[in-house]
Structures are given as structure tokens and as C-alpha cells.
Design a binder for this molecule. Structure first.
Ligand SMILES: [Zn+2]
Length: 107
């Protein structure tokens, strides 16, 4: 389909989608904070109720849960990648709905 045949709404969604899928990094996953012990015998977490807050990136792949520890210095980057994926997915959903509507209208 030519761009000129698309509704302004669809063109707008696709314009926002293009940079996300053309040159932005993205990944599908969820970020979760966990409280845990670090394992060092002399750390306060071994001796008290203190726990470290650790960030993990998680996903489910072929029914298997996968998790990856994310160091603090990588958090902003990974959050941006996760957001890019979600933004792209949301735009795809919006475009998809336009085609659902089109079929319902039978045009
Ligand atoms: Zn510790």
C-alpha cells in the first residue's frame, strides 16, 4: 500500500514506529527488583536482615523463565531498550486495530 492511501492516523503510528524498528535498540523483557544476599560472608546481609536490591531482566522463552542480573550502571540503558520494545509493540497494536476496524467496516 502507498503511504498516500493510508489514513493520517496510520501514517502517524508508522512514523513513530519507524525509528524504533530501524535504528533503536530494543528488547522484550521485564525489569524486576529483588531483595537478596550477596553471598559474601562478611557482608551485613549475611549477619543481619539487610538485603541488597538487585535488578534483573526476565523473560519467558519457550515456556522457560530466563533472568539476567543487570548492573546498576546498565540500568538506564536497559530500561530504554525495554521501553523501546513496548512502544513499538503498542504502535503495532494500534495499526493492527485499524485493520481490524477496516475489515469490520467491510471496505
Ligand atoms: Zn551482601
Amino acid at each position: 500500500m502507498y503511504r498516500s492511501q493510508m489514513s493520517p492516523q496510520e501514517r502517524s503510528f508508522r512514523s513513530r514506529l519507524r525509528p524504533l524498528i530501524s535504528y533503536q535498540e530494543f528488547l522484550k523483557g521485564s525489569l524486576t527488583l529483588r531483595k537478596q544476599r550477596c553471598g559474601k560472608p562478611n557482608c551485613k546481609c549475611a549477619k543481619t536482615r539487610y538485603r541488597h536490591l538487585c535488578l534483573y531482566l526476565t523473560r519467558s522463552r519457550d515456556g522457560q523463565a530466563e533472568q539476567l542480573f543487570i548492573p546498576r550502571d546498565k540500568e538506564p540503558l536497559v530500561r530504554q531498550w525495554v521501553k523501546n520494545y513496548r512502544d513499538a509493540q503498542e504502535l503495532m497494536e494500534k495499526i493492527s486495530s485499524l485493520y481490524w476496524d477496516k475489515l469490520k467496516r467491510k471496505d
